[in-house]
Design a protein around this ligand. Sequence first.
Ligand code: ZN
Length: 210
Amino acid sequence: MDNTDFDDNPTGDLFTNNQIDTGEVEAAVRQILQAVGETPDREGLKRTPERVARMYTELLSGYSVDPAAIINDALFEVKYDEMVIVRDIEFYSLCEHHMLPFLGRVHVAYIPNGKVIGLSKIPRIVDLFARRLQVQERMTRQIADFIRDLLHPQGVAVVVEGLHLCMMMRGVRKHNARMTTSAMHGAFRANLATRQEFLDNIARPPVAEI
Ligand SMILES: [Zn+2]
């Protein structure tokens, strides 16, 4: 993970609606197998290109998901204006530098300004941005920006804790494999006490599962 080396403003729309060309992925995987000295036709590998192509349609589905369909009917007008926190949302993404997984937890908080979103939608917003070729910094900001633009809240904060397999597996700077990133807007940026309330909350151990 080369922290500074990411395209801050990737060209094209956030939502391309591109369908993945599975035939082309299959051909490419077959070529990689050959290039690394394997025998693509041996029993164990025969269907690997096909499996990998199918896997990518799932792991990279974020490009083609329609955000409007996610939000669908889940915005509510409310008078509530206290902090809403959804913590420990699992995510799995692929780093765009090595196409290896990075994974971990996302914590989201916002202070409504007349509008809230159904709680179950927040993990789906996380998936929308995790299931792409990503860098953690950009994913963090995209989640925060998306919620800001959707709800126009008094503030929104996103903290992401990620483990990067490209660091762990390749054995360089292993101690650095765990990374924390954050993005803050509005009250969370302007008001130290607000920010601290959120950070204190996510620093506590998770509530035991019921
Ligand atoms: Zn990487």
